[in-house]
Design a protein around this ligand. Sequence first.
Ligand SMILES: *Cc1c(COP(=O)(O)O)cnc(C)c1O
Length: 398
Amino acid sequence: MSGSALYESFARAPLAFERGEGSWLLTASGERYLDFAAGIAVNSLGHCHPHLVAALTEQAGKLWHVSNLYEIPGQRRLGERLVANTFADRVFFTNSGAEALECAIKTARRYHYAKGNPKRFRIVTFEGAFHGRTLATIAAGGQAKYLEGFGPKVDGFDQVPFDDWDALMACVSDATAAILIEPVQGEGGIRPVPAAFLQKLRALCDERDMLLIYDEVQSGIGRTGRLFAHEWSGAAPDIMAIAKGIGGGFPMGACLSTEAAAEAMTPGTHGTTFGGNPLAMAVGNAVLDIVLEDGFLDEVTRKSLLLKQGLASIVDEFPDVFEDVRGAGLMLGLKCRQPNGVVNTALRDARLLAVPAGENVVRLLPPLTVTDEDIRAALDKLREGAASLAMPATGTNG
Ligand SMILES: *Cc1c(COP(=O)(O)O)cnc(C)c1O
């Protein structure tokens, strides 16, 4: 046995942090790392944002938890604010992204059940998707590496290739309850779905009484420069799962729904012990205070352009390390010509934290509060990391 009491299900870097300040993480010995992983798009306002620290500590002195057997004013308020700023009429709070997806899936199935169509429970998903690690969400994601060894795959999920309309049309049937899609695939390699594809999905779902479910667990809460990534397309969903950025580091998620889709989720049909508790709601409301401030999302877009331009020139400078830049807002990816794990380690050695993703991409997901100075520092570190991997120029010894 190795020295740890923990499951070995994570391949952890040999690195631990003691504190965080804005876009930076510090080890116990004071080494500074620039955090463009942000807890995988979770630390939307960076580390220890004073407004979040104040909201959390103030609530901690008053009330941590009561069950959903009682009114929770902070939950009511955050729900109303999410409804006011989105397509949604109803919100269910969870502790995580996977649980938000579970609620979305149950809501879609129950909608058709209540209409007298209990056999209409299948959901179409897309290759490269990631929806979480529960039994239902690994079935929805459809990735063999996450399903292997965990018994029969939960029934009711059909998968089609990414951005392939003909395959989708061949797959939908009278048994299809909903279509589930990430407007920008995160884990799958920072792949934005074309706006026209989302618009066609919306029209198809309207025509066939199917529900359109978005997974904006990673792309939501300002990450792409709009509150939610699908807003760029104008195609609203019926149901949407969110998490990650809404808690700014406090574990929380939510399932948003239209009135029509949520109607069948009557008392007793669904529940959670911890979801929406006062501590989580205090932090979620505080995150929205900042993200909804006038000009905040415009700043995300401005900083995205600055970072993207820098990344494009690095791709030009190191053509044997990087192939292209992709993504939207501060949800960017560098497609690599060398294994992305190797590139990610070289960046870490240069003290820049990033996250590997599918399609041999390295993800850059800085806090939305990242400064221009942080961006310049990140570009310097990227150059340093890339230089350590670049082939020597022809003509020199080699
Ligand atoms: C992270 C993620 C999830 C799962 O969230 P958990 O909080 O880990 O359960 C689901 N969907 C997407 C798109 C994600 O990025």
